[in-house]
Design a protein around this ligand. Structure first.
Ligand SMILES: Cc1cc2nc3c(=O)[nH]c(=O)nc-3n(C[C@H](O)[C@H](O)[C@H](O)COP(=O)(O)O)c2cc1C
Length: 207
């Protein structure tokens, strides 16, 4: 939709034809049980870069939410609604309102950590028979991973997995960032280049 950027406000306010301004909204979703540790911090640096470029940002920690795993009961397919009453519905709404999603996870045994999977499995409740969803299309998905010792090529499949899963929600690839040698909770601070890259990645989401 054609629009202009407001001159009075340095923040990037997109004014669509309706006249209602729209700030880019970037939602961070951190899955580590370690509050404020490496993978959450990596997400926060991506969000910081986006915020500096004028976006509105929000961070959600999966471990602060109640999201149960899918039971495979398929009631959602019969009645169009999931029988589990927890925080997934609210998180889905936040995702729907975001222009981009930054998923941050530690690598556990060569994959995302266990806390990430109930959230991902529950996408199934929103799938129509043709596997489409009502999630607004075209938002970007970024993956931010930290790990102990695995080389980048060994964890690249996790990125491919996340991107193909979020593609079912109509998300497109917004980037990928990863840092190894992050065993202690604050180890990411030893990698200023990665932190800079994370901020640049965040900035790129506002373009
Ligand atoms: C259960 C468990 C499994 C792990 N598996 C791996 C692994 O397969 N490869 C790896 O490089 N690091 C592994 N690690 C290390 C974490 O990926 C690393 O410490 C990560 O930065 C933790 O993120 P956090 O600080 O956000 O919690 C594992 C850690 C735990 C606790």
């Amino acid at each position: 939709m054609p629009g202009i950027f407001s001159g009075q406000n340095k923040k990037k306010a997109f004014i669509p034809a309706s006249g209602i301004s729209h700030f880019m909204k970037i939602l961070g979703i951190a899955t580590s049980p370690r509050k404020g540790a490496n993978s959450q911090s990596l997400v926060e640096h991506v969000l910081a870069g986006a915020k500096k470029a004028g976006a509105k940002t929000e961070l959600v920690r999966i471990c602060d939410l109640d999201i149960a795993p899918c039971t495979g009961c398929s009631t959602c397919k019969e009645k169009g609604e999931c029988i589990i009453d927890d925080d997934m519905g609210n998180l889905w709404e936040k995702m729907a309102k975001a222009d981009a999603i930054v998923l941050g996870s530690p690598v556990y045994w060569g994959r995302l950590n266990a806390q990430a999977y109930p959230f991902i499995d529950r996408f199934y409740a929103y799938m129509k028979p043709d596997f489409s969803t009502d999630m607004p299309k075209g938002k970007k998905i970024v993956l931010a991973l930290t790990c102990g010792g695995m080389p980048p090529e060994a964890i690249a499949p996790i990125n491919a997995y996340v991107k193909s899963t979020f593609a079912f929600l109509g998300c497109t690839d917004g980037g990928y960032i990863c840092q190894n040698q992050c065993l202690e909770p604050r180890d990411l601070t030893k990698f200023p280049e990665t932190i800079k890259k994370a901020e640049e990645l965040g900035k790129s989401l506002t373009k």
